[in-house]
Design a protein around this ligand. Structure first.
Ligand SMILES: *Cc1c(COP(=O)(O)O)cnc(C)c1O
Length: 420
């Protein structure tokens, strides 16, 4: 289906209805002003050109209106997070009442575990995938410690088999068969940051629920990349960040999903703040805490509007492009990358990401035999922005909003040259 030529790549770009979106982003450039081949949207997504306008609008409202901006700005700050909800809900496949933008990822993960990790004497263990992102593992271990549980006892790792890189669902089934009665929570990264493997979220949720465990996902590498269909999976909660595939700027706010079955669940413990309180009486200040129903009820503080403005700009861009179109292009673009890597017929490189598009997003993780970080340095010198993971993996993530088939073609050519 694919062809290994620049002409072919150019033709795909010419026929790509999403190609004009590339021009809506600031592309980092080299010393002579040519755009770099930016394949690092899995780490920090690029800046939409409209972002500065959205942020400037908030700055101007603040300058012109002061505190009144909370209510009379064109996009008033009091309900500002609500302007993000609908588009964000589409990105993760949830109902708007199940989604809120607040805090940052790891903070949200802790808030969710306060509510959804309620260990008892006999049912207290947490399952994570091995090679989970370090922050997730630290968060889970500290929750165990907080409840007086030694992580050596309380943490179960879902691991790839010896000699393999990917986790098999059957092995998770086996863990549940053996330890299901002791497990309280499954906390899985939906798309693994290292291998690029996307897990079957619905199957995992059904498996967990069968053993009366709660199930949460970290979508840091899923949101804006795959369509996780969170509502349909039935997951209890999920968290994600917005600075990777969601292009909302370094350290920007995170997203949080709470399934609607928990919307009015007053038995759930939670750490609360005034922003999670009934909007009608929030400013009366003297009311007992009265949680908003749904995900909004987990908010703590009045949020940083400047960061939310960047998220609003990015979500508007996604909405213009249409997530289904993006996903379709993404599969083709990553498929082209995979084809070109295979065409190199170089035994030193191995794609560790699953071959099936349903089991991955846009990222491919390329293992290079006997390589060290100098390979990454050479790629950088050749104007490629990729990402290096010890001991021997380059991660490249062609993002369908701003990467082109030509980008992918040039990357493959440069890698081939360097590996010669
Ligand atoms: C990027 C990433 C994080 C980062 O967490 P922050 O709280 O946003 O700093 C955590 N977990 C995963 C899986 C990630 O990919």
């Amino acid at each position: 289906m694919f062809q290994n030529s620049l002409e072919y790549a150019k033709k795909q770009d010419a026929n790509d209805s999403l190609a004009p979106f590339r021009n809506k982003f600031h592309l980092p450039t080299n010393s002579v002003g040519e755009p770099l081949i930016y394949l690092c949207g899995n780490s920090l997504g690029l800046q939409p050109k409209i972002t500065s306008e959205y942020i400037k609008m908030v700055l101007e409202d603040w300058a012109n209106l002061g505190v009144e901006g909370h209510t009379v700005a064109e996009f008033p700050w009091l309900p500002y997070h609500e302007f993000l909800t609908e588009n964000m809900a589409k990105i993760v496949g949830a109902k708007p009442s199940e989604v809120v933008v607040m805090n940052t990822l790891t903070a949200n993960l802790h808030l969710m575990m306060v509510s959804f990790y309620q260990p008892t004497k006999t049912k207290y263990k947490i399952v994570v995938e091995s090679d989970a992102f370090p922050s997730d593992k630290y968060a889970v271990e500290s929750q165990l410690n907080f409840h007086g549980i030694d992580p050596k006892d309380g943490l179960i790792l879902w691991k790839p088999r010896t000699g393999e890189e990917l986790c098999r669902f059957e092995d998770l089934e086996e863990i549940m068969k053996t330890h299901g009665n002791e497990i309280a929570l499954l906390m899985i990264g939906s798309t693994n940051y290292y291998t690029g493997q996307s897990f079957p979220l619905k199957k995992i949720t059904e498996l967990g629920h069968k053993y009366n465990c709660l199930v949460g996902f970290d979508l840091a590498h899923g949101a804006g990349n795959i369509q996780p269909n969170l509502h349909d999976t039935g997951a209890d909660f999920a968290v994600w960040c917005t600075y990777k595939y969601l292009n909302s700027g370094p350290g920007s706010l995170g997203g949080c999903f709470v399934h609607e079955r928990h919307a009015h669940n007053e038995k759930l413990k939670r750490f609360s703040g005034w922003w999670g309180h009934n909007k009608k009486t929030r400013f009366n200040m003297r009311h007992e805490f009265d949680a908003l129903s749904g995900a909004e009820g987990w908010q703590l503080s009045n949020p940083p509007i400047l960061s939310m403005a960047a998220i609003r700009a990015s979500l508007d861009t996604f909405a213009d492009a249409g997530f289904e179109n993006l996903r379709k292009k993404s599969e083709k673009l990553t498929g082209f990358l995979e084809f070109l890597l295979d065409e190199m017929k170089n035994d030193a490189i191995k794609i560790i990401t699953p071959r099936s598009p349903e089991e991955r997003g846009c990222q491919l993780s390329i293992q290079v035999k006997n390589a060290n970080k100098s390979l990454h340095t050479k790629l950088t010198e050749a104007d490629v922005i990729s990402d290096w993971r010890e001991p021997d993996v380059i991660r490249v993530a062609p993002a369908p909003l701003y990467n082109s088939f030509e980008d992918v073609f040039h990357f493959a050519g440069k890698l081939k040259e360097i590996l010669k």
